[in-house]
Design a protein around this ligand. Structure first.
Ligand SMILES: Cc1cc2nc3c(=O)[nH]c(=O)nc-3n(C[C@H](O)[C@H](O)[C@H](O)COP(=O)(O)O)c2cc1C
Length: 257
């Protein structure tokens, strides 16, 4: 049993390598019964500011897992900042005994920091990393990815930086431009129902936005931009092995698709 959260497909790709039919966290989190039992239970999620997305945190807090082997795979693009240690601590707080936590370097979809054209051309040996992770998990290896003082300092620096910003700054990261044609793809790829069509135009409602950037990356007209400078506003990303339809199935909050 493998759960996942994804904005642009990296974490779904990794989850699919671990199990043929992984379960989308946005699709199950609203269910009444969140008690799961299996020999091994894993979750794959991207790293946002060195931590798991808020919805993944909420899922780990709400769900119960009856298993001999709980593991987490955290996809990131550039600097994990001690994500494994932070996730290990989160698991402890949720009463989950994590046997294995690893990080997986993939394309960095954070548009203020990276040009997607450049990112797509880098070879991060994702399949080589995944092969090791798969072998570890199949072997039921117990291991938490090591974290250095430098990683911890990077995270502290990030927290210090964030403390200068309004607490809801992340919620105001997106803006819909006049290029919106009302195709509704943004609404369908949003895991939290935070963007929908009103009078034929996309409207973003802050509050539960995960800032996964799924809407920004999937918009065929690049009509959703960030309110902070982007490295390349014309470059967008979706994992090459994952279709738009799969992101929609993972995230759409309105209808069963
Ligand atoms: C809001 C946000 C914050 C991010 N923070 C980090 C980070 O702290 N460190 C990092 O290396 N990558 C960071 N990234 C990049 C993603 O973790 C990475 O691209 C991930 O594989 C995306 O997974 P997905 O395609 O499943 O959404 C961030 C991306 C977003 C959208």
């Amino acid at each position: 049993m493998v759960f996942y959260f994804t904005g642009t497909g990296n974490s779904l790709y990794a989850a699919k390598r671990l199990e043929e039919h992984p379960i989308s966290i946005p699709q199950v989190i609203g269910k009444e019964n969140l008690a799961f039992a299996a020999d091994a239970i894993g979750a794959v999620a991207p790293v946002y500011g060195h931590e798991v997305p808020p919805m993944v945190k909420e899922f780990l807090q709400k769900a119960t897992f009856q298993t001999e082997y709980f593991y987490l795979i955290l996809t990131y693009g550039n600097r994990h900042g001690g994500a494994a240690e932070l996730a290990h601590q989160l698991c402890r707080e949720c009463g989950i005994q994590a046997a294995y936590i690893n990080v997986l370097l993939m394309v960095d979809n954070w548009l203020p920091g990276f040009d997607m054209e450049e990112q797509k051309s880098l070879d991060k040996d994702v399949d080589g990393q995944l092969a090791k992770i798969l072998a570890d998990v199949n072997f039921r290896k117990h291991w938490i990815s090591p974290v250095t003082d430098r990683d911890r300092a990077a995270h502290q620096e990030f927290l210090d930086h964030m403390s200068q910003m309004p607490p809801d700054a992340w919620q105001h990261l997106l803006r819909v431009t006049e290029h919106c044609v009302g195709c509704g793809i943004c609404e369908k790829v949003c895991p939290s129902g935070s963007i929908c069509l009103v009078n034929g135009k996309a409207v973003h409602t802050p509050g539960r936005c995960q800032t996964c950037l799924a809407c920004v990356h999937a918009c065929p007209h690049k009509a959703i931009q960030l309110t902070v400078p982007e490295k390349n506003p014309q470059a967008r990303y979706r994992n090459e092995h994952i279709s738009l339809q799969e992101i929609i199935r993972a995230n759409f909050q309105k209808a069963s698709v």
